[in-house]
Design a protein around this ligand. Structure first.
Ligand SMILES: Nc1ncnc2c1ncn2[C@@H]1O[C@H](COP(=O)(O)OP(=O)(O)OP(=O)(O)O)[C@@H](O)[C@H]1O
Length: 310
């Protein structure tokens, strides 16, 4: 086992001495060569957990072990075992991607650093056109890919990637997942922190859904999806930002800008299509589509206020 998080709780004291619990009794473990997804909305507590794994902040209670030793006792060791791609963009200044990645490679691997690995990474991610361009002049996606290369040029036993595909085009996203998979084939484990549930479903071996500091469920994508495997989902494009009345038979719902999703029982498909047609006739929605439930629906059902049983 690479990582073992045992009953970790971490709170922060606010301005009025109110304590908010960012991580509430979190337990998980990650095995060698595993890609583990941490899914959760803004403020769910993902970064707080990652910062504790890295020994940057200390849990109020519980323990975190990396390769069998407590991070609390040797936080510096944690930083040598883990390599990280942070959520925020890494400031490259005048450095080119090639210079920045080479620098980190030399710092982490010392004499074992192999400059050919930089070329291999840039080739695998089709980054040749940016390799020698000044960092600050790069696009957001090229900067993000450079930060990814910096995290994996000399990877620790555990690589932590926070939204690595943000701003990256779909073709290079695929290359990036291939590079990650190759890393795990060499025994490296990966924590993928993301809001992008569908992307995570394809990429991870196991996943945890975190909400308000708690793990609501964890398992393989198939296991996590099993709670909704007998449901259908409907996706609507709303004609305006105005709310529309969701049918009473919707099992859970979620709105993202002008897109509205809800889950239904397959028996309600006909009623739902008729309902959707009426909304189109009234000009409230532009179009709609029906499909089998995905891991995103499991996520919505677990985290939405209108979830079954709440
Ligand atoms: N240093 C801090 N002081 C006070 N509150 C904090 C601190 N760090 C995090 N929090 C709070 O803890 C909660 C969890 O934050 P965290 O950054 O871990 O969430 P997250 O899941 O990583 O969110 P995002 O996806 O937006 O990055 C939030 O309510 C946040 O405001």
């Amino acid at each position: 086992m690479i990582l073992n998080v045992e009953a970790v709780t971490k709170g922060f004291t606010g301005r009025r001495e109110n304590k908010m619990i960012a991580n509430d009794n979190i337990s998980l473990h990650i095995d060698e060569g595993e890609i583990y997804g941490l899914l959760g909305q803004n403020g769910a507590g993902k970064t707080t957990l990652v910062n504790q794994i890295l020994g940057l902040i200390t849990p109020d209670s519980g323990d975190i072990q990396l390769l069998g030793k407590s991070v609390l006792q040797s936080p510096e060791r944690a930083r040598s075992i883990c390599s990280v791609q942070p959520q925020s963009q890494v400031p490259l200044g005048f450095l080119t991607p090639k210079q920045a990645v080479t620098l980190i490679g030399k710092m982490r691997a010392g004499k074992k650093f192999d400059p050919k690995r930089v070329e291999m990474l840039f080739e695998a991610l089709d980054m040749g056109e940016w390799a020698n361009k000044e960092g600050e002049k790069l696009s957001g996606g090229a900067k993000r890919l450079t930060a990814f290369c910096m995290a994996v040029i000399a990877p620790g036993k555990l690589v932590i990637l926070d939204e690595p595909t943000n701003d990256v085009d779909p073709v290079r996203r695929r290359y990036l997942w291939q590079v990650i998979r190759n890393l795990t084939n060499d025994g490296t484990s990966v924590i993928l922190v993301t809001h992008n549930v569908l992307e995570a479903e394809k990429a991870v071996d196991r996943v945890a859904i975190i909400n308000k500091g708690r793990i609501l469920t964890q398992g393989t994508p198939l296991e996590v999806k099993s709670s909704v495997s007998n449901q259908m989902r409907i996706e609507l494009s709303l004609a305006s930002e105005l709310d529309i009345e969701i049918p009473s038979w919707a099992l859970s719902s979620y709105k993202n800008g002008s897109r509205l999703f809800f889950a239904i029982d397959p028996q309600e498909v006909t009623a739902t299509i008729e309902w959707a047609k009426r909304q189109v006739d009234k000009g409230l929605i532009m179009d709609y589509s029906l499909s089998p439930a995905t891991i995103e629906d499991a996520y919505i059902e677990l985290t939405s206020k209108k979830a079954v049983g709440l």
